[in-house]
Design a protein around this ligand. Structure first.
Ligand code: HEM
Length: 385
């Protein structure tokens, strides 16, 4: 057995390459299995009959994520997805274009004249939070609380300024309390926002339960924030790493940005893995995996599989291949059009105002401290007007 390269949060890719080659289906503990090759990851993500997304008790208002789409299997998943898709349509998202432009313009105005700044704090974090907050109809000045909650849910816990630790469970409880109040208000007085729409939609005479509405709000807050933040941060990191890309994109942003964003999603996927549980004994590429096993499907590795991509470890701005950054199959990311739109609009405005970006001290940037998410909590950049 060859010793694998040490797993490195900033650069997990050599470890993935090793695992794809030597242990593509790796049993880490008695009941935890990791999957690294593209075709296996695709199967684990999309074969819901053998690989279940369910975790915990559904319909428990105190465990909103267990009651959300992402933790559900058919047939309920299908019904719930049809319901929320009525409120969260691609057209509703496209209608947000002007507002997203306004928000990102005003964030850019706020740091105009400043050439050294933490771009996560100034742009890539606040943009998605403000957009989600507006979609849900919650005041955007609550965004520090949102950040604290989504950090705690993503990382499992979060240390507060007071030194206290906010646990995953407490963060969920606080979100539930917050949204319960908001949902009750909208029930009495509907407004033009997503929560009011969610209260209204019906399929076959059936509407969403309170636990499901709360679950969806919490899911959007968590799924829509950290992910989009890191898509944008990873795009900017790539522009630092390959300086020729800035003038190339600035020349024809409308034609070139979409493909660039897709390649960032492949190359540095914001979500590096997803979980499933086997529903029965399964064979995966000839390997028997027992029922009840926890599966870790490594999207970040699948996106660099040499069996699917030519020169997978090279960033190719014109690569027209698909990737698994938004998942695959029935759970394919509902927010993908929104994430793409936010990233493209913000990048376009940066390209218009500046001529280059650099990260003077890469070691001072802080990676998100979990293998689930690839991105940055802090990234000091230098922008040249
Ligand atoms: C599902 C990634 C942005 C809402 C997913 C899944 C992935 C993903 C990998 C599939 C999960 C699975 O198979 O278990 C991302 C990435 C994003 C992003 C990389 C940004 C770059 C967003 C945004 C929203 C959102 C902005 C909403 C505002 C959702 C929802 C699901 C989901 C609701 C669950 C869909 C279902 O289970 O049917 N996302 N996401 N995501 N995402 Fe995203």
């Amino acid at each position: 057995m060859i010793n694998p390269p040490v797993y490195d949060l900033r650069n997990p890719f050599p470890w993935y390459a090793h695992m794809r080659k030597h242990q593509p289906i790796w049993q880490e503990q008695a009941s935890t299995w990791h999957v690294f090759r593209h075709d296996d990851v695709l199967r684990v993500l999309s074969d819901y009959e053998h690989f279940s997304s369910q975790r915990g008790e559904a319909n428990d208002p105190n465990r909103p994520i267990s009651s959300s789409l992402i933790s559900m299997d058919p047939p309920r998943h299908r019904q719930l997805r049809t319901l929320v898709s009525q409120a969260f349509t691609p057209r509703a998202i496209a209608n947000l274009t002007a507002r997203i432009e306004e928000i990102s313009n005003s964030l850019l105005d706020d740091f105009q004249g400043q050439t050294h700044l933490d771009i996560v704090e100034s742009l890539t974090y606040p943009l998605p939070v403000i957009v989600i907050a507006e979609l849900l109809g919650v005041p955007s000045d609550e965004r520090d609380r949102f950040k604290m909650w989504s950090d705690a849910v993503i990382a499992g816990s979060r240390q507060l300024a007071s030194g206290e630790v906010l646990s995953f469970e407490d963060a969920q409880m606080e979100m539930v309390q917050y949204f319960s109040q908001l949902v009750a208000e909208r029930k009495k007085t509907p407004k033009a926002d997503l929560i009011s729409d969610l209260l209204r939609v019906k399929v076959d005479g059936e509407s969403l339960s309170m636990a499901e509405i709360l679950g969806f709000c919490v899911l959007l807050l968590v799924a829509g924030n950290e992910t989009t933040t890191n898509l944008l941060s990873n795009a900017l990191y790539t522009l630092h790493e390959i300086p020729s890309l800035w003038p190339y994109l600035a020349e024809q942003p409308d034609e070139r940005l979409a493909a660039f964003v897709e390649e960032v999603l492949r190359f540095r996927a914001p979500i590096q893995h997803m979980y499933r549980t086997t529903t029965c004994d399964v064979e995966l590429s000839g390997v028997p995996v027992p029922a009840g096993s926890r599966m870790v499907a490594w999207i970040g590795s699948a996106n660099r599989d040499e069996a699917v991509y030519e020169q997978p470890e090279t960033f190719q701005v014109n690569r027209k291949s698909r990737h698994l950054a938004f998942g695959h199959g029935i759970h394919f990311c509902l927010g993908a059009p929104l994430a793409r739109l936010e990233a493209e609009l913000a990048l376009k405005q940066l390209l218009r105002r500046y001529t280059s970006i650099a990260i003077p001290d890469v070691d001072a940037s802080e990676p998100v401290p979990t293998s689930l998410v690839y991105g940055f909590h802090k990234m000091e950049v230098q922008l040249t007007p």
